[in-house]
Design a protein around this ligand. Structure first.
Ligand SMILES: [Zn+2]
Ligand SMILES: [Zn+2]
Length: 257
């Protein structure tokens, strides 16, 4: 974040939901993206394909991002990165290092995706500003004011998918990423000021590599968190919106912590 709009550590943390939809952008919701700003640092968690649109509609500047944390290498969670690279190449050149944090193979997959999207563009110009940090489950990295740690989520078998924990300015956000039911997530989320949890399905019989509402409702009291927000909302969940007893994210939702 630029020094002109940086906030001090004592000011609240602001969270903006950029994308609360599932991979299909159900209900016209953008795919995954959560912007967190605190202590003069701007962290993006996941970068869905509509990233630039969802930021610019809210007058948020892509050049203000300091850290981009990616939960896993599915297009609805990192498909916006080629467009972000394009933005940095032509529209808003970074004035400092931007740190990408995510699972193994993050760096090669991002550059490959960029190469496929824009084969002849000279990305060498922006390469020096983009710093990739690949983390393993149970590892923690410090990037400026932010600390990012992760556990593995049972969502993919070959690639590693992560649930992320972001600590910044004395506050903690836990984000499940995409995940099947994971007992470890209960202890990982403990004490979080905000827990953003995927809830793609309403029926319990759906896929085991996504979470559903009955699982989360049955376990809600076990999540010792200050606030819990369901996101990555699929068709079934949106059709049953009024039956849900938990708070649902929507695009543009702002939370102060
Ligand atoms: Zn997803
Ligand atoms: Zn996924």
């Amino acid at each position: 974040m630029n020094s002109s709009n940086a906030s001090s550590g004592s000011k609240p943390m602001n969270v903006t939901v950029l994308g609360s939809g599932d991979a299909f952008a159900t209900g016209g919701r953008s795919q995954s993206g959560y912007l967190v700003s605190a202590a003069g640092t701007c962290v993006l968690m996941d970068a869905g394909p509509d990233l630039l649109g969802s930021m610019k509609r809210k007058k948020l500047a892509p050049a203000d991002l300091d850290v981009i944390a990616i939960s896993h290498l599915h297009g609805d969670h990192y498909g916006g990165i080629p467009f972000l690279m394009l933005e940095y190449l032509y529209e808003s050149r970074p004035d400092r290092t931007i740190h990408f944090v995510g699972p193994r193979n993050l760096e090669s997959r991002c550059w490959r995706m960029m190469k496929l999207a824009y084969p002849r563009f000279n990305v060498g110009v922006i390469r020096p500003w983009l710093h990739f940090i690949e983390i393993e489950p149970h590892q923690e990295v410090r990037v400026g004011q932010a600390r990012v740690s992760a556990i593995r989520s049972p969502h993919t078998e070959t690639d590693i998918s992560l649930s992320l924990k972001l600590r910044i300015a004395g506050r903690t956000i836990v984000y499940s990423g995409d995940s099947g039911w994971n007992e470890e997530l209960v202890s990982f989320a403990e004490g979080a000021d905000l827990f953003i949890c995927e809830c793609t399905y309403y029926e319990s019989s759906q896929l085991t590599f996504h979470m559903n509402y009955p699982q989360l409702a049955a376990n809600r009291s076990r999540f010792k968190v200050k606030r819990m927000l369901l996101s990555h909302l699929g068709r079934e969940v949106l059709a049953h919106k009024r039956d849900l007893k938990m708070k649902l994210a929507f695009d543009g939702l702002k939370i102060k912590l």
